[in-house]
Design a protein around this ligand. Structure first.
Ligand code: N01
Length: 543
C-alpha cells in the first residue's frame, strides 16, 4: 500500500459516486448529461465560477471561435441545435459562454456541478478499485471512475521574462482575463505574443489604446475571418441540413468541419490556376483556406505555394515594407502551427498608434517598472498583455496529482511525453478516462465533434462494464505502445513536426518534443475507436 493510499483524508471519505468528472467545459457538461441519462451518479468539479471551460477564462478583447458557430455547437440535442440562434458566422466569446450557460440551464446540469473547486489529487485504490479524489476545499470523495474533462488549452502560461515581476502597471494574460471590463483608453499597451489570441486581440486593443506595441517573436500565418452577421436564411439552411452536415463532419472531414474537401495537389495546377484558387479561399476567409489542396500539410513545395500567397497578401496589406517583411512568416510551413483567423490584424500595423518590435533578432532584455527593454531601447508602456499561450494538452492534467497502480504518478509516467491508448486511457491508471487527450485528434479538429465522440464512446464503455459487472478497465501496455508509435509515425509523415508549435510541446521549456494530437483525421479515428469497442474493447484490459 502506498503512503498516498493510507492518508487520513482518504480514510474519512464520505461521498461516493459512480463517476467524478473534472471540468465543466463543453466536455464535462456533455459527459454529465450522458451519465445522468444512463442512471450513473456523477459529480463535476470545476475550478471556475461557472460553466464554459476555455470560454469562461478566455475573455480577452476580440476572443471568438475560429470554427464557424453553426458547427461549433453541440449536435446531441436536435431541439437545441434547431432552437439556438447564433448571431455571427464566428461566435464571439460572450455568446459562446451564453450558449454554455443556456445548455447548463436547459439540461439542469448545475445541481451536480461544484464550482470554484479544483481537483488537486486523485489516487487509485487497488483494493477497492476506486478513486479517491481530493478537492481544493479539503474534501475527499470516492468514485469508481474519473473522467478528465480538463481541456487542452486551459493552463495559461506566463513567460519567464527577466523583470516581469517588476512591472508596475497591470499585467493581463489572454487565457485568464479579468471578468470586469478592461479599459485601455489613453494607455500605452504592450502585447507579447502573436498566436491566435494576440492576433485576435491586437486590432481591438489598438482601437482603444493610445498606443499599442506588439512584441513579435514568431510571425504567424493568418487568414481573414470575413466574419459577419448570419442571416435567417443561412441559419435555416444549416438547420435543415444538419443531419448531413454533422455526419460529414464526423465521418468524412479530417478535422470535423463540414466544408468542400480538396481533391487535388497544389502542384497539379499551374501558377495562375493556383493563384485563382487561393484568392477565392482568401476571399471566403476562415480555416478552410488550407483545404484548397490535399497536400499542403504533406509536401513542402506544395506548402510553399500557399505560404507564398499569404506572404504576398501581407505585403499588399501592410504599407511599410519593413514592417510587412517582419510580419511575413518564414520559420515554419503554413498550417504547421495552428493557423490564425483574424479581423484586420495585418491592417492594424498601418495605424499610426501601433508599432511592431521584432524580438526574434533581439529578445526582450528586461521588463522594467514601466517599459519593455529591447536592444537597449525602452518601449514605455502602462499595461502589459501576455498572449503567450498555454501548457497545451498535458498542462491541466499535470497540475493534478494523479496516482495510479502502485502509487505511480501520471506525471512520472508521462515524463518523456504523454502515453495513451487512443488518447482515452493510460496504462496503469484504471478507470481513468481522458476527453480529447493527447493521442486523439482533439485540437486538430472541431473540438465539439471530438468531445461528443469521446463522451459517447466512454458512455458506451461504462454501460458495457455495468452490464457485465466489470470492475476495472485500463489501457493494455502493448496496445498503448503501438498506438503511441502510430500517432508518432503518422505525424512524422507530415510537415507538422517541423514547427516549434505547442502541438509539439515546443513552447514550454523542458517539455518533451512529441507531436501530441493524432493527425490521422477524426473519421479514421472514430472508426478505429468503434472497431476497438466492437471487438470487446480490444487492447484494453477489462476485469
Ligand atoms: O497561444 P500560442 P495563443 N517571449 O501558443 C509567444 C487556440 N485559440 O493563446 O511562436 C516572447 O499560439 C509565442 O511566440 P513563439 C488555438 O488553438 C483559438 O495565441 O513561441 N514571446 C506566440 O507568438 C491556438 O493555437 C482561438 O515564438 C513569447 C505566442 O506567444 C491556441 O489556442 C483563439 C514567449 C503564443 O501563441 C493558443 O493560442 C485563441 C516569450 N517568452 C486561441 N512565450 C480561436 O478560436 C510565448 N511567446 C480563434
Amino acid at each position: 500500500m502506498s503512503s498516498a493510499q493510507s492518508s487520513p483524508v482518504e480514510r474519512h471519505a464520505t461521498e461516493a459516486y459512480d463517476v467524478i468528472v473534472v471540468g465543466a467545459g463543453f466536455a464535462g457538461m456533455y459527459m454529465l448529461h450522458r451519465l445522468r441519462g444512463l442512471g450513473f451518479s456523477a459529480r463535476v468539479f470545476e475550478q471556475g465560477g461557472g460553466v464554459g471551460g476555455t470560454w469562461y477564462w478566455n475573455r480577452y478583447p476580440g476572443a471568438r471561435c475560429d470554427v464557424e458557430s453553426m458547427q461549433y455547437s453541440y449536435s446531441f440535442s436536435e431541439e437545441l441545435q434547431q432552437e439556438w440562434d447564433w448571431s455571427e458566422r464566428y461566435a464571439p466569446q460572450p455568446e459562446i459562454l451564453k450558449y454554455a450557460n443556456h445548455v447548463a440551464d436547459r439540461f439542469d446540469l448545475r445541481r451536480d456541478i461544484q464550482f470554484n473547486t479544483r481537483v488537486e489529487r486523485a489516487v487509485f485504490d487497488e483494493r477497492s478499485n476506486s478513486w479517491s479524489v481530493t478537492t481544493s476545499d479539503g474534501k475527499t470523495v470516492e468514485a469508481k471512475f474519473v473522467v478528465l474533462a480538463t481541456g487542452c488549452l486551459s493552463n495559461a502560461r506566463k513567460p519567464d521574462i527577466n523583470g516581469l515581476e517588476n512591472f508596475k502597471g497591470p499585467v493581463y494574460h489572454t487565457g485568464n482575463w479579468p471578468h470586469e471590463p478592461v479599459d485601455f483608453t489613453g494607455l500605452r499597451v504592450g502585447l507579447i505574443g502573436t498566436g491566435s489570441s494576440g492576433i485576435q486581440s491586437a486590432p481591438i486593443i489598438a482601437e482603444q489604446a493610445k498606443h499599442l506595441t506588439v512584441f513579435q517573436r514568431t510571425a504567424n500565418f493568418s487568414i481573414p475571418a470575413r466574419n459577419g452577421a448570419l442571416t435567417d436564411e443561412e441559419r435555416n439552411t444549416f438547420r435543415k441540413n444538419y443531419p448531413e452536415i454533422r455526419r460529414f463532419a464526423r465521418e468524412v472531414a479530417r478535422n470535423g468541419i463540414y466544408a468542400v474537401q480538396p481533391d487535388g495537389g497544389a502542384l497539379d495546377d499551374d501558377a495562375d490556376a493556383r493563384r485563382a484558387k487561393y484568392e477565392a479561399r482568401w476571399e471566403r476567409g476562415g480555416l478552410t483556406f488550407m483545404y484548397v489542396y490535399n497536400n499542403l500539410g504533406l509536401d513542402r513545395t506544395a506548402n510553399d505555394t500557399a505560404a507564398d500567397f499569404v506572404r504576398g497578401r501581407i505585403a499588399e496589406i501592410v504599407r511599410d515594407p519593413e514592417i510587412a517583411k517582419l510580419l511575413q512568416p518564414n520559420s515554419h510551413p503554413i498550417g504547421t502551427k495552428r493557423i490564425c483567423i483574424d479581423t484586420d490584424y495585418f491592417a492594424t500595423f498601418n495605424r499610426p498608434n501601433v508599432s511592431l518590435v521584432d524580438i526574434k533578432s533581439n529578445p526582450i532584455e528586461e521588463i522594467t517598472a514601466n517599459a519593455v527593454r529591447v536592444a537597449g531601447t525602452d518601449h514605455d508602456i502602462d499595461a502589459l498583455v501576455l498572449a503567450t499561450g498555454f501548457d497545451a494538452m498535458t498542462g491541466s492534467v499535470a497540475k493534478i496529482d494523479i496516482r495510479g497502480r502502485r502509487g505511480q504518478t501520471l506525471n512520472q509516467k508521462w515524463a518523456e511525453g504523454p502515453k495513451t491508448y487512443l488518447g482515452l486511457m493510460s496504462a496503469g491508471f484504471p478507470n481513468l478516462f481522458i476527453i480529447t487527450g493527447p493521442g486523439s485528434p482533439s485540437v486538430l479538429s472541431n473540438m465539439i465533434v471530438s468531445i461528443e465522440q469521446h463522451v459517447d464512446w466512454i458512455a458506451d464503455c461504462l454501460i458495457h462494464m455495468r452490464k457485465h459487472s466489470l470492475a476495472t478497465m485500463e489501457a493494455g501496455r502493448a496496445a498503448e505502445d503501438k498506438w503511441v508509435a502510430h500517432v508518432n509515425e503518422v505525424a512524422h509523415g507530415t510537415l507538422y513536426p517541423q514547427a516549434n508549435s505547442w502541438y509539439m510541446g515546443a513552447n514550454i521549456p523542458g517539455k518533451p518534443r512529441i507531436f501530441m494530437p493524432y493527425i490521422g483525421g477524426v473519421g479514421v479515428y472514430r472508426q478505429i475507436c468503434n472497431d476497438v469497442a466492437a471487438k470487446g474493447y480490444e487492447g484494453f484490459v477489462i476485469e
